[in-house]
Design a protein around this ligand. Structure first.
Ligand code: SF4
Ligand code: MSK
Length: 672
């Protein structure tokens, strides 16, 4: 029985939460509550179990031990722990990328019953970029060479990632000077994990710069490759309309929810759910059809390419099962609660795990292999059809709440819709920013976390940004939160945004909040920024663009990696709860202040979403002032501060203060 009342800004989620006392299940909110008070050492990052002389912990108040058994200080322990987090996040995103490449390779060799190259335009663009010959060759031959080349990006040893060349010159210089230029993805993760082993790297600054390098291997490597190859294999997203929230589930149809991250299986399930033979089987069981919807980032993947509806975000995974109408919850990897299978004791929902990497006690495991993708997908759809009749009508509580949204915005789509089909260009966007019609652009991304009222911080921050003329781009569960709140329809501009954004949205027909995809698709924000730099007039490097990033309700190691690659790429990021580094004033200062000297951007921690939005706007205004751009064209509720009032976050020209490399306590550098 729920003893503790969680809150959600989403009326459908709140409706489900309100009925929790009637059901005998525990949710993430209950478990969060029973974990209180949470471990302060863990929060501050000052516990270490990197060897088994330990575990050790540092007394943050100074009265107890200030070093572990091996002599590691709080600075070392905090820095090592953060590097480990970044390695885990990078590994997760990048392994996702590897799976998509393997599927492309199968498709190219004609060894798949389900995959083929659907994004020819993207294939040709990438072939040109990577120097793959196309003359006289089939798309499959080109795709095979591309897949092999990109797999090689994972196993590169000392050579740098090819996509580093996509970054502006200044970012490349910064990375070189900070020894943070990423090499092969697997190399960086392995070296990072080696560095954290007991008795290896013991210099906190060196560890943190290694974390930046690993994260850059994620952002400009594994994740960026995942996005590119998904576009080649499954087709490039286009703007499309869909619906979002628990109300997309249907009482009279077989409901299959896909949850997790990798699109390789969900893409095939989309086809299987439309198979006439399976539809006939569903009808024979009394269902009117087969309804496919998603949770978390798999949902974003099938939304972006097929317009399939989204049932909810991270903290709705359990609430979705509680509706009593989910016949199969199909899970692969990342962000899936192990608690889900417990619900099978009370509800008819079958949890089906599919990844060889992720098994769950009591789940039905139907292992997915790309070679037999369609066969597996059909088998899973049949399990759902067979389970439809097992619903308990007494347990059905389905909120009839859903919202319309427009999604499918990519770097290429923005290019096209702004400049038109025949003259794609970022010019109108840059012009809008230069003139002050748009103040800047913010990426608001990331998870839910029971530490915050569900969705509330996402909505408060995004509304504050758009009413102050900052266009917002979104991915992940943050995008789902804003979709549910109606912020992703073109009409939302007139309800929530400033006059400048309204004019742009009206002229181009876009919402004020653009859905650009799943967690790996945060790289679309990097490539869009690269296009803005190329177009010119608003800064010749990322650390000059009037842009900022945020993850107000983050919770995963992947989120740390994402934040780190944005900051290391010159885009300052504010997050809703601190990184677990505050046990080391040195590491905290390095990330929140000194990083500016390396990368032209910093981390910032702020739990109040309005204050966090204002911090982002201050960054944007500061960069506008540095570029000599005018203040916003129309009056804004949060007016630009004077130069004296704005914190000097961009104090030193990035890449020019590498003398600071020696700033680590007691460090002396002797180099040839
Ligand atoms: Fe303790 Fe050092 Fe071992 Fe960590 S590595 S557990 S600080 S002895
Ligand atoms: S799914 S990482 S809860 S955004 Fe990508 Fe959502 Fe965060 Fe998972």
């Amino acid at each position: 029985m729920t003893q503790w009342k969680p809150q959600s800004a989403d009326p459908a989620a709140q409706q489900m939460i309100d009925m929790l006392p009637q059901v005998d299940v525990r949710t993430a909110w209950d478990r969060f509550h029973s974990q209180q008070p949470q471990c302060g050492f863990g929060k501050l990052g000052i516990c270490c179990r990197n060897c088994f002389m330990g575990p050790c912990r540092i007394d943050p108040f100074g009265g107890g031990p200030q070093e572990g058994i091996c002599g590691a200080t709080a600075d070392v322990i905090v820095a090592r722990n953060l590097l480990k987090d970044v390695c885990a996040g990078t590994a997760a995103h990048s392994d996702h990328g590897r799976e998509v490449i393997k599927a492309l390779h199968l498709a190219a060799e004609g060894r798949s019953d389900a995959y083929k190259v659907r994004g020819r335009g993207k294939l040709h663009k990438l072939a040109e970029e990577y120097g793959i010959a196309r003359d006289g060759r089939s798309d499959e031959e080109v795709a095979k060479e591309l897949a092999e080349l990109l797999l090689g990006e994972f196993s590169k040893q000392d050579n740098i990632l090819a996509n580093v060349a996509r970054a502006p010159e200044q970012q490349q210089k910064n990375w070189k000077a900070a020894e943070a230029t990423p090499r092969g993805v697997d190399r960086e993760v392995t070296t990072g994990m080696h560095m954290t082993h007991v008795g290896v790297d013991n210099e906190p600054e060196h560890l943190i710069l290694a974390a930046a390098r690993v994260a850059l291997a994620d952002g400009w490597g594994g994740s960026m490759i995942a996005t590119d190859v998904s576009d080649v294999l499954f087709g490039e997203p286009q703007p499309l309309r869909s619906r979002v929230n628990l109300g997309v589930l249907k009482k009279d149809e077989v409901n299959i929810l896909v949850h997790g991250h990798e699109p390789t299986l969900s893409e095939v399930i989309v086809a299987a759910a439309q198979d006439p033979e399976l539809l006939a089987e569903a009808k024979a069981k009394g269902a009117k059809g087969i309804n496919l919807a998603g949770i978390c980032c798999t949902a974003n993947e099938i939304l972006m390419r097929h317009g399939l509806p989204i049932a909810g975000n991270f903290l709705q995974q359990e609430l979705a099962v509680l509706t009593g109408v989910v016949d199969v919850m199909l899970v692969d990897v990342q962000c899936v609660f192990p608690a889900l299978t417990e619900y099978q004791k009370c509800f008819h929902t079958k949890v089906i795990s599919t990844s060889p990497k992720a098994k769950f006690p009591n789940a039905t495991h139907v292992e997915f292999h790309e070679e037999r993708a369609m066969e597996t997908a059909r088998r899973i759809v049949r399990i759902a059809i067979d389970n439809f009749g097992n619903r308990n009508p007494g347990l059905i509580r389905l909120p009839e709440i859903q919202e319309k949204l427009v999604a499918g915005f990519t770097t290429e789509v923005i290019h096209r819709i702004l400049g038109g089909r025949y003259r794609p260009s970022y010019r109108p966007l840059n012009d809008g920013i230069q003139a002050g019609r748009l103040r800047g652009v913010a990426g608001v991304v990331g998870c839910n976390n029971p530490r915050f009222p569900h969705d509330e911080a996402h909505l408060a921050m995004v509304k504050e940004l758009i009413r102050n003329e900052v266009l917002v781009v979104q991915t992940g569960c943050s995008a789902i939160a804003c979709g549910k709140a109606g912020l992703m329809s073109p009409e939302a501009a007139f309800k929530f945004a400033g006059k400048g954004i309204q004019e742009i949205c009206e002229a181009v027909g876009i919402p004020p909040v653009l859905h650009v995809g799943s967690c790996v698709d945060n790289t679309r924000i990097l490539t869009a920024c690269a296009e803005m730099v190329k177009e010119g007039g608003i800064g010749d490097s990322f650390d000059k663009l009037p842009v900022a990033g945020a993850a107000p309700e983050w919770m995963s190691e992947k989120a740390i990696s994402i934040g780190m690659y944005f900051v290391a790429s010159g885009i300052s990021v504010v997050i809703g709860q601190p990184l677990p580094v505050e046990g080391s004033p040195f590491v905290t200062d390095l990330l929140t202040k000194q990083f500016d000297k390396y990368f032209g951007a910093v981390w910032h921690f702020e739990s109040d979403p309005i204050k966090a939005a204002h911090w982002m706007i201050d960054i944007i205004d500061r960069r506008r002032a540095d570029l000599g751009l005018p203040p916003p064209m129309y009056p804004v509720p949060y007016a630009p501060k004077t130069a004296a009032e704005v914190p000097q976050v961009h104090a030193t020209a990035a890449g020019e203060a590498m003398a600071a490399v020696g700033s680590c306590p007691g460090r002396e550098r002797i180099e040839d």
